[in-house]
Design a protein around this ligand. Structure first.
Ligand code: DC
Length: 225
Protein backbone atom coordinates (compact mmCIF):
# COMPACT_ATOMS: atom_id res chain seq x y z
CA UNK A 1 0.00 0.00 0.00
CA UNK A 2 1.17 3.51 -0.80
CA UNK A 3 2.67 5.16 2.28
CA UNK A 4 1.35 8.54 3.29
CA UNK A 5 2.19 11.40 5.67
CA UNK A 6 -0.18 12.20 8.53
CA UNK A 7 0.17 15.56 10.30
CA UNK A 8 -1.54 16.09 13.65
CA UNK A 9 -1.55 19.56 15.17
CA UNK A 10 -3.42 21.21 17.99
CA UNK A 11 -3.39 22.73 21.44
CA UNK A 12 -1.49 21.18 24.33
CA UNK A 13 -3.04 18.16 26.04
CA UNK A 14 -5.61 17.48 23.35
CA UNK A 15 -4.47 13.86 23.11
CA UNK A 16 -2.47 14.36 19.91
CA UNK A 17 0.24 11.93 20.92
CA UNK A 18 -2.21 9.23 22.03
CA UNK A 19 -4.00 9.39 18.69
CA UNK A 20 -0.74 9.62 16.72
CA UNK A 21 0.75 6.59 18.52
CA UNK A 22 -2.39 4.51 17.91
CA UNK A 23 -2.51 5.45 14.25
CA UNK A 24 1.19 4.70 13.76
CA UNK A 25 0.79 1.30 15.42
CA UNK A 26 -2.30 0.48 13.37
CA UNK A 27 -0.64 1.45 10.08
CA UNK A 28 2.88 0.21 10.90
CA UNK A 29 4.18 3.78 10.54
CA UNK A 30 6.85 5.74 12.39
CA UNK A 31 5.54 8.11 15.08
CA UNK A 32 7.36 11.36 15.82
CA UNK A 33 6.47 13.56 18.81
CA UNK A 34 7.93 16.95 17.86
CA UNK A 35 6.92 18.44 21.24
CA UNK A 36 9.49 16.08 22.79
CA UNK A 37 12.21 17.75 20.69
CA UNK A 38 11.26 21.26 21.87
CA UNK A 39 11.02 19.93 25.42
CA UNK A 40 14.54 18.42 25.18
CA UNK A 41 15.95 21.76 23.97
CA UNK A 42 14.19 23.48 26.91
CA UNK A 43 15.76 20.94 29.26
CA UNK A 44 19.18 21.63 27.79
CA UNK A 45 18.63 25.38 28.40
CA UNK A 46 17.60 24.65 32.01
CA UNK A 47 20.55 22.32 32.66
CA UNK A 48 22.99 24.95 31.40
CA UNK A 49 21.45 27.81 33.38
CA UNK A 50 20.27 29.67 30.28
CA UNK A 51 16.68 29.89 31.49
CA UNK A 52 14.92 30.24 34.81
CA UNK A 53 11.79 31.99 35.92
CA UNK A 54 13.29 35.50 35.86
CA UNK A 55 15.83 35.23 33.09
CA UNK A 56 16.43 33.81 29.60
CA UNK A 57 19.83 34.03 27.86
CA UNK A 58 18.55 33.31 24.35
CA UNK A 59 21.87 34.06 22.68
CA UNK A 60 23.76 31.41 24.67
CA UNK A 61 21.12 28.86 23.75
CA UNK A 62 21.35 29.83 20.07
CA UNK A 63 25.18 29.56 20.22
CA UNK A 64 24.85 26.08 21.76
CA UNK A 65 22.47 24.70 19.12
CA UNK A 66 25.22 22.87 17.18
CA UNK A 67 25.99 20.92 20.40
CA UNK A 68 22.41 19.72 20.94
CA UNK A 69 21.91 16.27 19.50
CA UNK A 70 18.35 14.94 19.52
CA UNK A 71 17.72 11.29 18.67
CA UNK A 72 14.59 9.12 18.95
CA UNK A 73 15.28 5.49 19.86
CA UNK A 74 12.51 2.92 19.65
CA UNK A 75 11.77 1.20 22.97
CA UNK A 76 10.11 -2.15 22.17
CA UNK A 77 8.77 -2.49 25.75
CA UNK A 78 6.99 0.86 25.57
CA UNK A 79 6.04 0.50 21.90
CA UNK A 80 7.25 3.97 20.94
CA UNK A 81 10.46 5.92 20.41
CA UNK A 82 11.99 7.73 23.38
CA UNK A 83 13.82 11.05 23.30
CA UNK A 84 17.59 11.12 23.84
CA UNK A 85 19.38 14.42 24.47
CA UNK A 86 23.12 14.15 23.76
CA UNK A 87 23.01 10.40 24.32
CA UNK A 88 20.92 10.47 27.52
CA UNK A 89 17.35 9.18 27.70
CA UNK A 90 15.30 12.19 28.87
CA UNK A 91 11.85 10.83 28.04
CA UNK A 92 10.59 11.12 31.64
CA UNK A 93 12.29 14.37 32.67
CA UNK A 94 10.95 16.35 29.69
CA UNK A 95 7.32 15.70 30.76
CA UNK A 96 7.47 17.60 34.06
CA UNK A 97 5.51 20.79 34.70
CA UNK A 98 8.83 22.61 35.17
CA UNK A 99 9.84 21.86 31.57
CA UNK A 100 6.30 22.71 30.39
CA UNK A 101 6.69 26.11 32.04
CA UNK A 102 9.72 27.01 29.88
CA UNK A 103 9.20 25.10 26.64
CA UNK A 104 6.96 27.60 24.83
CA UNK A 105 9.53 30.37 25.38
CA UNK A 106 12.23 28.17 23.87
CA UNK A 107 9.95 27.17 20.97
CA UNK A 108 9.47 30.85 20.04
CA UNK A 109 13.10 31.22 18.93
CA UNK A 110 13.39 31.07 15.11
CA UNK A 111 16.90 29.49 15.22
CA UNK A 112 15.58 26.66 17.41
CA UNK A 113 12.63 26.09 15.08
CA UNK A 114 14.84 26.10 12.00
CA UNK A 115 17.06 23.38 13.41
CA UNK A 116 14.22 21.16 14.58
CA UNK A 117 12.05 21.60 11.47
CA UNK A 118 15.00 20.59 9.28
CA UNK A 119 15.44 17.38 11.29
CA UNK A 120 11.67 16.71 11.20
CA UNK A 121 11.50 17.11 7.41
CA UNK A 122 14.39 14.68 7.04
CA UNK A 123 12.62 12.09 9.26
CA UNK A 124 9.52 12.29 7.06
CA UNK A 125 11.12 12.24 3.66
CA UNK A 126 10.18 8.59 2.97
CA UNK A 127 6.58 9.06 4.18
CA UNK A 128 4.95 6.32 6.30
CA UNK A 129 5.00 8.75 9.22
CA UNK A 130 2.60 10.19 11.79
CA UNK A 131 3.99 13.41 13.27
CA UNK A 132 2.36 15.58 15.90
CA UNK A 133 3.06 19.13 17.02
CA UNK A 134 1.90 22.69 16.33
CA UNK A 135 3.20 23.45 12.82
CA UNK A 136 3.30 20.05 11.14
CA UNK A 137 0.50 20.61 8.62
CA UNK A 138 1.47 24.25 8.03
CA UNK A 139 5.29 24.34 8.02
CA UNK A 140 6.94 20.92 8.33
CA UNK A 141 4.71 19.02 5.88
CA UNK A 142 2.42 21.53 4.15
CA UNK A 143 1.75 18.81 1.53
CA UNK A 144 0.83 16.11 4.08
CA UNK A 145 -1.79 13.68 2.74
CA UNK A 146 -3.86 13.88 5.91
CA UNK A 147 -4.02 16.80 8.34
CA UNK A 148 -5.84 16.69 11.65
CA UNK A 149 -6.28 19.63 14.02
CA UNK A 150 -7.25 18.77 17.59
CA UNK A 151 -8.95 20.98 20.15
CA UNK A 152 -10.71 20.62 23.50
CA UNK A 153 -11.71 23.12 26.16
CA UNK A 154 -8.88 24.47 28.34
CA UNK A 155 -10.52 23.00 31.42
CA UNK A 156 -10.75 19.50 29.92
CA UNK A 157 -7.12 19.67 28.78
CA UNK A 158 -5.84 20.89 32.14
CA UNK A 159 -7.76 18.12 33.91
CA UNK A 160 -6.21 15.49 31.60
CA UNK A 161 -2.70 16.83 32.13
CA UNK A 162 -3.24 17.14 35.89
CA UNK A 163 -4.45 13.51 36.12
CA UNK A 164 -1.40 12.31 34.13
CA UNK A 165 1.04 14.20 36.37
CA UNK A 166 -0.62 12.99 39.57
CA UNK A 167 -0.53 9.36 38.38
CA UNK A 168 3.20 9.79 37.75
CA UNK A 169 3.61 11.03 41.32
CA UNK A 170 4.32 14.72 40.54
CA UNK A 171 3.24 17.14 43.25
CA UNK A 172 1.25 19.75 41.33
CA UNK A 173 -2.01 21.63 41.86
CA UNK A 174 -4.82 21.81 39.31
CA UNK A 175 -4.51 25.64 39.33
CA UNK A 176 -0.86 25.63 38.26
CA UNK A 177 -1.52 23.09 35.51
CA UNK A 178 -4.49 25.17 34.28
CA UNK A 179 -2.35 28.32 34.31
CA UNK A 180 0.36 26.54 32.29
CA UNK A 181 -2.19 25.35 29.69
CA UNK A 182 -3.50 28.93 29.23
CA UNK A 183 0.01 30.42 29.05
CA UNK A 184 1.20 27.91 26.48
CA UNK A 185 -1.97 28.39 24.39
CA UNK A 186 -1.25 32.12 24.36
CA UNK A 187 2.45 31.87 23.46
CA UNK A 188 1.95 29.05 20.92
CA UNK A 189 -0.79 30.97 19.04
CA UNK A 190 0.80 34.45 19.24
CA UNK A 191 4.48 33.81 18.42
CA UNK A 192 5.76 35.35 15.21
CA UNK A 193 7.47 32.26 13.80
CA UNK A 194 5.10 29.41 12.87
CA UNK A 195 2.26 30.12 15.31
CA UNK A 196 -0.25 27.38 16.03
CA UNK A 197 -3.01 27.75 13.42
CA UNK A 198 -5.31 25.25 11.80
CA UNK A 199 -4.21 24.51 8.23
CA UNK A 200 -7.02 25.35 5.79
CA UNK A 201 -7.19 21.73 4.65
CA UNK A 202 -7.10 20.13 8.13
CA UNK A 203 -9.96 18.17 9.61
CA UNK A 204 -10.85 19.66 13.01
CA UNK A 205 -11.65 17.42 15.97
CA UNK A 206 -12.99 18.76 19.25
CA UNK A 207 -12.58 15.84 21.64
CA UNK A 208 -13.85 17.52 24.83
CA UNK A 209 -16.77 15.11 24.95
CA UNK A 210 -15.71 11.97 23.11
CA UNK A 211 -13.71 9.00 24.29
CA UNK A 212 -10.27 8.05 22.92
CA UNK A 213 -11.82 4.98 21.29
CA UNK A 214 -14.58 6.99 19.56
CA UNK A 215 -12.03 9.46 18.35
CA UNK A 216 -9.73 6.77 16.98
CA UNK A 217 -12.62 5.17 15.08
CA UNK A 218 -13.71 8.51 13.62
CA UNK A 219 -10.18 9.22 12.40
CA UNK A 220 -9.88 5.71 10.89
CA UNK A 221 -13.16 6.26 9.03
CA UNK A 222 -11.81 9.57 7.77
CA UNK A 223 -8.58 7.87 6.62
CA UNK A 224 -10.52 5.19 4.75
CA UNK A 225 -12.76 7.73 3.06
O1 DC B 1 3.14 18.80 22.41
P1 DC B 1 3.84 19.32 23.68
O2 DC B 1 2.89 19.90 24.67
O3 DC B 1 4.75 18.31 24.27
O4 DC B 1 4.76 20.52 23.14
C1 DC B 1 5.57 21.27 24.00
C2 DC B 1 5.73 22.68 23.51
O5 DC B 1 6.56 22.70 22.36
C3 DC B 1 4.45 23.42 23.13
O6 DC B 1 4.00 24.26 24.17
C4 DC B 1 4.84 24.24 21.93
C5 DC B 1 6.10 23.65 21.42
N1 DC B 1 5.95 22.98 20.11
C6 DC B 1 6.07 23.75 18.99
O7 DC B 1 6.22 24.97 19.09
N2 DC B 1 6.04 23.18 17.76
C7 DC B 1 5.86 21.86 17.63
N3 DC B 1 5.85 21.31 16.41
C8 DC B 1 5.72 21.05 18.77
C9 DC B 1 5.74 21.65 20.02
Amino acid sequence: MKKITIAIDGFSSTGKSTLAKELAKHLGYVYVDTGAMYRAVAMFAMQNGYINKDFFDKQSLINSLPFIKLVFKFNPDMGFAEMYLNGVNVEKEIRTLEVSNFVSKVAEIPEVRLKLVEQQKEMGKNKGIVMDGRDIGTVVFPDADIKIFMTATANTRAQRRYDELIIKGDKVSFEEVFKNVLERDYIDTHREDSPLVKAADALEFDNSNISKQEQFEKVLQFLKS
